[in-house]
Design a binder for this molecule. Structure first.
Ligand code: 5CA
Length: 159
């Protein structure tokens, strides 16, 4: 783990501190672009990795963030029912415009634009989870109990 954070990871660290969270962002030499890679690096189960996936309302273009357990594949039809319209995967440019970060480093808070957020109910079984922190090398550990407060997300079944 390196001590000096890259600018994107530092932005996440600042966003956490600004909201009163003292969690520490850590960057690793190894790439943590996928949930499996992240789990390997921190030594947790893949289910404990909170993936932040951006979708887009097909009709409205509204941005939707699903914070899913790394073990799950998001059921887009199911989330679409909550949103009231079909949703699709967002492209890389849309993700960056909405969140300020690139795919592989999307975090659960501190986005450029307000997103409608859903939190995977399967994450509730883990007292400790890990989330990306701005780059495909940066992560932070958080207590489950802070996830809802941090994101304002609605807890639903996503898989
Ligand atoms: N840093 C890790 C662990 S938190 C991470 O960010 N994982 S992730 O799952 O949240 O982000 C990777 C996800 O981005 C993939 O699961 C995939 O759903 C999505 N993705 C990858 N490439 C693209 C792409 N070209 N367009 C849209 N989504 C993509």
């Amino acid at each position: 783990m390196t001590q000096v954070l890259s600018p994107s990871a530092q932005k996440v660290q600042d966003a956490l501190l600004a909201r009163g969270f003292t969690y520490q962002v850590t960057e690793s030499e190894q790439v943590t672009r996928t949930a499996a890679e992240a789990a390997e690096v921190v030594g947790c189960t893949v289910g404990q990795i909170a993936k932040s996936l951006v979708f887009r309302g097909v009709a409205s273009g509204q941005p939707i963030l699903v914070i899913a357990s790394g073990a799950n594949r998001v059921n887009e039809a199911q989330i679409g029912q909550h949103v009231g319209e079909p949703i699709g995967k967002a492209n890389a440019q849309f993700v960056r415009e909405q969140t300020g970060f690139a795919i592989g480093g999307i975090l659960p808070l501190g986005h450029l634009q307000p997103l409608t957020i859903f939190v995977d109910q399967d994450l509730l079984q883990y007292p400790e989870i890990w989330a990306a922190a701005g780059t495909p090398h940066a992560l932070f550990r958080l207590d489950l109990q802070d996830l809802a407060a941090m994101t304002g997300g609605r807890v639903v079944a996503v898989a």
